[in-house]
Design a protein around this ligand. Sequence first.
Ligand SMILES: [Fe+2]
Ligand SMILES: [Fe+2]
Length: 211
Amino acid sequence: MPTTSTTTPPDLTAFLVAHKAMKAEYGRLADVAAAVDPADGDRVAAVEAHIAFMIKYLHHHHAPEDNDIWPALRLADPSAVAVLNRLEADHADIDVLLEQIGDRGRTPAQRAPILRELQARLADHLTLEEREAVPLIRRHLTQELLEEVHEKIMKSWDKPDLPFLFGIAVTYANKAETDHLLTTVPWFVRLLWRLVMRPTFNRRMRQVYGA
Ligand SMILES: [Fe+2]
Ligand SMILES: [Fe+2]
């Protein structure tokens, strides 16, 4: 796996936009899960679908950190071992919460406190990651490695999830980040986003969160 000191830091726009999304979306989802009327089948189904998506969202963010990014940093900078061990341990703790959040044997309202706990755990985890690991990524990893990882992540997503993946990014990205992210995908994906994916995402968000 190529790791080297580089003068051009890798582009972390998508990575940091995902952090912004994770810092807010689980809390928002906790509020709606606590309030949803169990007799409103369509709304419950939409909330369940969004919970399921946001569980995948976190798994698809943690897996490349654990499998690619942290190992590359361990090689590049042995002094980072303590913080990387802590970040890995956080992921394992968060996995336990994700399993409970995905348990449809409990109503959304019963899982709302776990979504809140996840939100709080993520706030600490992401703060540590941004303070300690992001500078190491910028210092030691190449754009090529990050692109390789990004490609692997994109291949691991199921196609029907893509409207929600792009939609969550656009929800939390600022204008400059959105414009930049749109330049990183092929023209036909931009077209598909406008014509198909954005309406699909907006419809789901209206079902989950209301108008
Ligand atoms: Fe992260
Ligand atoms: Fe992480």
